[in-house]
Write a protein that binds this ligand. Structure first.
Ligand code: C5P
Length: 326
């Protein structure tokens, strides 16, 4: 018997593999404040989890093998397979905290667009963390898991919690939000990705060029929009459409002007609103209902303005263990 609170030996009496499913996100409001001295930007970031998922499976690996990551799905050649992979960094962080050797094989089955502004990398980190916690029997308190998530990246805590939340600070300080209905979305997945730091840099550059400055004192404090929060609470797609906003959109469009046409095609096909998802380049279209969403997806495919058009609903649950093999 082990001492209370001490971790099980990996694989001793626990599962031999654990699979966790983690949703993508869209930002229904992304208000970006000035660049802080640490290089991050203060945010009022309203996250909504959407039903596109990565599945992360962890299995014990021999100590000689060490931790490793493999990946299946679209565009996976862009996913780093070394220790810089955020999922492996999550494994390392949890192992360190519990004094365990991080010898696992992490397999990522990707359905979330890579470098698409939908928190795919963050999802994999949150998923690997939760999966290893179950595999190792470490029973890390939720608060500690969220702390590790925040160290890994600004969007990682939300990938763990899912649902809807306001992210403040650099996005990692979460307040859960109420959502009163199901929203129907279409996502136009671009051919390549956009680098998040590059999009924030471009946002700063555009602000400097406007002459307003890009520092903390130069840009208004970001605040969540009361009308947007009311739209979420009401579950009203028209109200939500009227209040969507993304301060990173001009920067994403400046780096990838072709996104303008993608947004226009979705609007013409009946989207209530169109916006770039987070730092892009995925474009998000809010639809009245499931039928309209599928019409918009067809129009986007026919116009050949994206690699894929996917429909999904929100909100979606956060990281969840879906399989554990004994
Ligand atoms: O937190 P994360 O590692 O995901 O952030 C990636 C990059 O995005 C940061 O290095 C920074 O350039 C930018 N970022 C930012 N302000 C935020 C979040 C991210 O400038 N609030």
């Amino acid at each position: 018997d082990r001492l209370p609170g001490s971790p099980a030996l990996p694989g001793a009496d626990g599962p031999t593999s654990v699979t966790v499913r983690v949703p993508a996100k869209v930002n229904v409001q992304l208000a970006v404040g000035g660049r802080r001295p640490d290089g991050f930007h203060g945010l009022a970031n309203v996250f909504l989890a959407v039903g596109l998922y990565d599945e992360i499976t962890v299995t014990p690996a021999g100590p000689t093998e060490g931790p490793r990551v493999t990946c299946s799905g679209h565009d996976t050649h862009h996913v780093p397979l070394d220790r810089s992979n955020l999922a492996l960094r999550a494994v390392d962080a949890l192992a360190l905290r519990h004094g365990i050797s991080p010898d696992v094989h992490v397999h990522i089955d990707k359905d979330i667009p890579v470098a698409g502004g939908m928190a795919g990398g963050s999802a994999d980190a949150a998923g690997a963390l939760l999966a290893c916690d179950a595999l190792w029997g470490t029973r890390t308190p939720r608060e500690e898991l969220l702390e590790i998530c925040a160290e890994l990246g600004s969007d990682v805590p939300f990938s763990l919690t899912g649902g809807a939340a306001l992210g403040q600070g650099r996005g990692e300080v979460l307040t859960p939000l109420e959502v009163g209905g199901t929203f129907h979305w279409v996502f136009a997945v671009a051919d390549g990705g956009l680098s998040t730091p590059a999009v924030y840099r471009e946002c700063d550059r555009l602000r400097e060029r406007r002459g307003t400055g890009s520092g903390v004192g130069d840009v208004p404090e970001p605040e969540a929009s009361p009308a947007l929060l009311a739209a979420l609470r009401a579950g009203d797609p028209r109200l939500l459409a009227a209040n969507l906003s993304n301060d990173l959109q001009p920067a994403a469009l400046s780096l990838l002007p072709s996104l303008d046409e993608t947004l226009a095609v979705g609007r013409e096909a009946g989207a209530l609103a169109a916006l770039v998802s987070g730092s892009g380049p995925t474009c998000a279209f809010l639809a009245e209902d499931a039928v309209s969403a599928s019409d918009i997806a067809v129009a986007l495919r026919d116009a050949d303005v994206c690699r894929a058009a996917r429909t999904a609903t929100s909100p979606a649950p956060g990281a969840t263990v879906v399989r554990a093999k004994l």
